[in-house]
Design a protein. Sequence first.
Lengths: 231, 291
Amino acid sequence: MATRGEPASLLGITVWRSFNTGRLYLVIGLVVSAFWAGILGATDSPTFDTIVPLLIPVLANTGTMGGMLVFTNDRVKGVLEYLLAYGVSPRRIFMNVLVASFVQVSIVTTLAIGAGVTVHFASGYGVDATFVRATLTYSVPMNFAVAAFVSTAGMFWTSLSTPRSGMNSPLGLLPLLGIAPPGLVLILTEALPGYYFVLTSGAAVVIAVAAIALIRNLDRLLPRERLLSPA
Amino acid sequence: MTLASTSAVGGVGISCRSVTSGYLGHPVLHEVSFSIDEPAIYVVLGPNGAGKTTLFRTLAGILRPTQGEVFVGGEPIDRQSSRDRLHYLSHVDGMPDGLTVREALGFYAAVEGATTADVERVLGQLEVADLAEKYLSELSAGQRKRVSIGRVFLRERSIYLLDEPTANLDPKLSREIRNLILRLSQNRIVLYSSHNLFEAREIGRYVLAIRSGRLAIFDRIENLRGTRYLIGLRTVEPTDALSDFTRQGDYFLRELPGPEAVPELISDVQRRGVKIREVREMDNPLEDLFT
């Protein structure tokens, strides 16, 4: 009987399934992000330039929900076990979920920035260097760092035990891991406006380092046994 | 233990050499060794917790043995060419959420390198074409199981590992599933786990009995010593109509050839005008197998 070499990557179907499963959260993320970016877009430049880049990472990580729900459901239903049997590695399963989260986070980020800037220009204001710098050094890297951190930690958390509603589900984990870090940065920069770029860049680096450390140790954190259905 | 005579299609057999395996360093299987080359249905029997699922997961390459090796067609199981010779059906249905039946089979087809034509063929073959656009969440347990089993028909393989495919199914559907598996087993090696000795007798040619993580018996099914199937009936009211039954406390006992004879026994008792309160198996035939 013919063999077929490497198993299929399943990236496309994982991205599609994460959209399908997490569409409610994605829509909420899109609407809320666009709404707040639009509201702030109508304000004067200093407020817009500093607040919008801080707000986007708080809202954009709703884009991680689809991928994490696919991971959690697939584990419980025995789909991950099936994929392992057909030669798909745990790392590939994880990376597919991570990429699916990145795609959705990118969509929320792009829409939020686009809506904010459009309204800001339409209101007769320009975009200054502070906005561009904060977006490039904080919003974009923080979005992906938080997505990676939430996805990795969320998969590890949900793999530890039998999923129940609440803290064992990715939904329960999101406020803690996804919203707290950028939320904290938002509060700290309000309290210490003189340290705006130190705080934002520093936070992005810390979360990125944490996410990279988790990803590098994935094989130890998510051994094959942890991907099996608890049923 | 080796029971090899004729070869499976393509000469592909499956073997375990002194395999110890388990979860997160805790062994469940202990030094299991066997070699299978002959195409047939091999029923893996054992009580709950004996290690049947762990054996299947190890044979499928999901769990990595802490000791020993699994070979498929003479190659270690961790090679993709070995995995491509196996189909694995877990004891949970393995159906992804949020998809229709056609989409779910399409997902499995993508994993296995099958085509959309294969999906359509399986939909027809399993008589689930009318369910194709339904979401999996809308299906009954039996329909889900049928679709779940459908994925092993997407592509032909040499070896099929089916972990309790009839668990929690009603007798009629169990029989349908067994018939599907019998069709599947032509010139294939099928390992089929069950905790039902009578089911094993119905479809299996060989039995691998697992007890406490060790292979206790590997033999042709006809060589297993006879086991009795003892049914106890408790009636709603005291009765003299069952004087030909043996009495044990409140129970009227009758030895039957197997579970398939239970409906006829119940009909017979009801014809005598006796109202039945309870019907239960008085012995565990599987325990008899190990004693």
